[in-house]
Design a protein around this ligand. Structure first.
Ligand code: FAD
Length: 649
């Protein structure tokens, strides 16, 4: 509902009341949240006083929070994702505050990897396979948990484990996984065909619950929840919406019409034109819809691109199955563009898809299990979903592979036959040594870590602007209000969160999703901070600044207010029904992709991501950023390339 809606107004006055936040329940202690926020502070705090006995024997082993019994970040609530304590040191380096004095860990590895996301974990997997099974590898990550964007949110509700993805949602890509990336899934025991049955896509529909669209009075002049959106002809839902007649006809035409708005042009000519205009321009100038219809579609592109329809090409929208193009009769296949083709889904049909209860955290956890079996005991992906990570095993000196958390790398320098990697943990700087190094971290940070890189490469890396996003997990006592309204998910085109939906029904191994509306459940909410009217990169920069300046209390207030307003008519009471909130904040979310509206067409060798990922001596560069593609297959493919580059030396 945007900032303009944060005060109580109209119908929601009865819920928000004169005291606003208090009646929404923000003052009510959420025992879980209060307890776990405390744990979060401890987890990010100074080195623990409870060493494992074996570690204490070595004077050079510096213990961290992860080595302490009880350390368990997936269950933390409050502000997660880029959580407090994870990014401040990186920003200090960006701002020129370089640490020079570092304690020498006197630890030497065959390979040091910066970044413990899927790309970093996959790099360790490839290096061990291709160099030596006994390779000594250190993975450093600034977060208190591994997985990068592929994070897991865990809640125990009424004694039952409930899971949601804190970031990376599904195995899904605009193109089939490469043989290398597909083999990694096989190596991890993930059989996508067999496991695709774990999600019951028909579950909520079988209970009579469907998607809905919430129209707010401030934007649309009518306050209405259009239930059953697209589960029957849209005219049914629109008829009761209170939207002006002409806007209803526009939306019907966009959704179900079959008109050719570009007559006389070939399919190729149409696609070329669509690649040079935004979806907004297409709807306004060719489909000729009303301004209010544009408002209805403005945030349709938020989920995939992190920006509104003004900053996304119409061709991309066609390629991703957005409405309004069926009458153009475009032939399958995209037009070639920089890097990955923008309309990849239309080109290839996309990859196989699979959603685990914790999203692609299961991919990260599978990779970790392969690298460190002692940290995640068990054998199958089914048992993996409910297995707790033994965090104290991640950085054990006993094994050749170590994952060190809460460690922000601030400097990577080649010295003779080694690479010195300086990192800050618990306020102190340390240096570890690698014969080789792979930077699987956010690529735009690399020039700050390696200032000696060639100027052209640094410029290319600096040009990369990642997409900010927020995935919030809200634990609800029950979902009776959803059942009463017949709603499983809501799109709110002008809402603070533009989308929220009940956790998908996924059953795997011992893990069972809730089946009755009287049971607790998790709600997934999405917010995309951006600013319409600017270029895509500028929109992301404004959104990121907003995100880093938004405290948890503001999120909490807006979550409570939005749910009260939309679901209140079904009996939802945020003060009573919300058990816990985890805000997964990703100021540096999706890897950027080239945008035909704003990026110049360049030969491959001159594309910034190709220049930016060049090997530099003993240092190679991975991460999905290095492909300019925000997908797990890209993260794995780039790890494979980086490993090949440094093994060749
Ligand atoms: C909200 C969200 C949803 C997504 N959904 C999907 C999806 O459904 N399917 C899909 O395929 N992809 C999805 N993605 C894209 C996702 O980014 C990739 O799939 C993949 O997880 C990226 O892995 P990575 O290792 O390349 O990067 P990351 O996951 O970003 O990992 C890099 C790690 O390096 C760390 N790091 C950065 N700088 C430093 C430093 N100086 N020192 C130490 N560590 C550092 C980072 O903090 C991070 O932990 C999503 C992304 C987001 C943000």
């Amino acid at each position: 509902m945007g900032k303009k809606h944060t005060g109580s107004s109209g119908d929601d006055a009865s819920v928000a009341g004169a005291n606003g936040s208090r009646d929404l329940g923000a003052d009510r202690s959420i025992p879980r949240r209060d307890f776990l926020q405390g744990a979060l502070i401890a987890a990010a705090g100074v080195a623990t006083e409870l060493p494992l006995a074996s570690l204490a024997a070595s004077p050079l082993e510096i213990l961290g929070a992860q080595d302490r019994a009880g350390y368990y970040p997936p269950a933390l609530t409050g502000m997660r994702g880029s959580h407090p304590g994870s990014f401040e040191n990186a920003h200090a380096v960006r701002d020129g505050h370089v640490t020079t004095d570092a304690i020498d860990t006197q630890q030497s590895y065959d390979l040091v990897i910066v970044g413990g996301g899927i790309s970093g974990l996959a790099a360790a997997h490839f290096y061990r396979d291709r160099a030596s099974r006994s390779s000594r590898i250190l993975i450093l990550d600034n977060h208190d948990d591994f997985g990068g964007h592929a994070k897991r949110n865990e809640f125990m509700l009424n004694g039952r484990l409930n899971l949601l993805n804190g970031g990376t949602l599904s195995i899904e890509s605009p193109r089939p996984y490469s043989p290398v990336a597909a083999q990694v899934l096989v190596d991890c025991g993930i059989d996508v065909d067999r496991l695709s049955k774990i999600e019951n896509h028909r579950f909520y529909g079988s209970l009579g619950l469907h998607g809905a669209v919430f129209l707010d009075r401030e934007t649309f002049g009518t306050e209405h929840l259009m239930v059953g959106w697209k589960s029957s002809p849209v005219a049914h839902a629109l008829a009761k919406s209170g939207l002006p007649e002409q806007v209803q006809r526009d939306i019907e035409r966009v959704e179900e019409g079959n008109i050719d708005y570009m007559p006389g042009m070939s399919s190729a000519q149409k696609k070329l034109r669509l690649s040079s205009i935004s979806y907004r321009d297409y709807l306004r100038d060719l489909v000729k819809v009303q301004p209010l219809t544009l408002a209805f579609y403005q945030t349709h592109t938020h989920g995939l691109w992190g920006a509104g329809i003004d900053a996304v090409s119409a061709l991309d929208c066609w390629g991703s199955d957005m409405p309004g193009f069926s009458g153009l009769k475009l032939e399958p296949g995209s037009i070639p563009r920089m890097g990955y083709t923008p309309a990849g889904f239309a080109d290839t049909g996309g990859s196989k898809t699979l959603h685990f209860p914790d999203g692609n955290a299961t991919v990260a956890r599978s990779l970790l299990r392969n690298l460190l079996p002692g940290a995640l005991p068990g054998k199958t992906v089914e048992d993996l979903v409910t297995t707790r990570v033994k965090y104290e095993e991640l950085d054990s000196p006993r094994g050749p592979i170590r994952v060190r958390l809460n460690s922000t790398v601030v400097k990577v320098a080649q010295k003779g036959n080694a690479v010195d990697v300086t990192y800050i943990r618990d306020g102190k700087a340390y240096v570890a040594h690698g014969a080789k190094c792979i930077l699987a971290c956010y690529n735009m940070m690399i020039p700050y870590l390696c200032p000696e890189l060639p100027e052209r490469q640094k410029q290319a890396l600096h040009s990369l602007v990642k997409t900010p996003l927020v995935y919030t997990s809200v634990a609800l006592r029950n979902w009776q209000a959803f059942a009463k309204l017949g709603v499983s998910g809501v799109q709110a085109p002008s809402g603070y969160h533009t989308d929220f939906r009940l956790n998908p029904k996924v059953d795997i191994g011992q893990y069972r999703s809730p089946t009755s509306p009287s049971e607790p459940i998790l709600l997934h909410m999405t917010r995309t901070p951006c600013k319409p009217g600017l270029t895509e990169d500028e929109q992301h920069k404004v959104g990121r600044a907003e995100l880093l300046n938004t405290p948890f209390s503001t999120f909490e207030h807006n979550i409570r207010e939005q749910l009260a307003r939309v679901m209140g008519p079904g009996g939802f009471d945020p003060a009573r029904d919300i058990e816990a909130i985890t805000v997964n904040r990703w100021p540096h979310g999706y890897a950027p992709e080239y945008n035909p509206l704003f990026d110049r067409e360049l030969p491959e060798a001159e594309q910034p991501h190709v220049i930016g990922r060049a090997k530099f001596g003993r240092i190679a560069i991975a991460n999905s950023d290095a492909a300019r593609a925000a997908y797990t297959d890209a993260a794995i493919d780039q790890a494979s390339r980086a490993v090949n580059e440094i093994i060749r030396d």
